[in-house]
Design a protein around this ligand. Structure first.
Ligand code: SF4
Length: 220
């Protein structure tokens, strides 16, 4: 499997543009995994959903409803769901999550990582919106690779996309925009642990600001 993925990744990286790469990656994943494929969406924008539903309209999309999202995010989820007629599954926190309040050390584990892992347990592959420019830890993310901790293939169609690529795609396709984006929320997670960022600041600087935490555990 590892050599097949490396070969596939190299071929996809050779696509002439980042948009071509994303569309070809999604088409490959659809053909390779079919209904064993799940797209995990954060719903901070809908670029990946727009691309994915174009090549695979019935793809299962999952949203992790942590119980701590901004009301604007929940409204946006519903707007996007209706617009694309998404095959959407909303995952809820584990029952004992209340023992770990928002922002505490195991909060993400009980509200995000655990529910997603349980849902992916019988699948072959998952798609994420991860991009290399987001954090130093993501700088070498492959477009297609093995997710060793889950025993799955992880597909990152937007791995090579810049912030400008994202903005251009949104404008060119007149996509629905999250209501908080214009208020400086450039990376949007749960309300208790997300702040707006100033002009020129890193997009993810407002996530878990001041805590030293940079990832919720979904991507490591
Ligand atoms: S992102 Fe913050 S509030 Fe959301 S599950 Fe993780 S720690 Fe809790």
């Amino acid at each position: 499997m590892g050599s097949e993925l490396a070969h596939t990744s190299a071929g996809l990286e050779a696509e002439p543009t980042s948009r071509n790469m994303a569309s070809s990656t999604l088409a490959w994943a659809r053909d390779r995994f079919g209904s064993d494929l799940v797209l995990a969406a954060s719903f901070q924008d809908c670029v990946l959903l727009d691309l994915a539903t174009t090549v695979f309209p019935a793809i299962e999309v999952v949203f992790l409803d942590t119980g701590a999202h901004f009301p604007e995010t929940l409204e946006y989820v519903e707007m996007v769901r209706r617009h694309y007629d998404l095959n959407l599954t909303v995952l809820q926190p584990f029952e004992d999550a209340s023992a770990w309040p928002c922002g505490s050390s195991r909060c993400c584990e009980f509200r995000k990582v655990g529910p997603l892992n349980a849902h992916l347990a019988n699948r072959q592959a998952w798609i994420t919106g991860l991009r290399r420019v987001e954090t130093p830890q993501r700088a070498h993310a492959p477009v297609v690779g093995l997710d060793g901790s889950r025993g799955l293939v992880k597909v990152n169609p937007l791995a090579a996309w810049s912030d400008q690529d994202m903005a251009s795609y949104v404008a060119d396709h007149d996509l629905l925009v999250h209501p908080l984006t214009g208020a400086g929320y450039l990376s949007i997670g749960c309300a208790p642990t997300t702040r707006p960022v100033s002009e020129g600041q890193d997009h993810r600087a407002g996530r878990w600001a001041g805590s030293g935490k940079t990832e919720c555990g979904l991507h490591i």
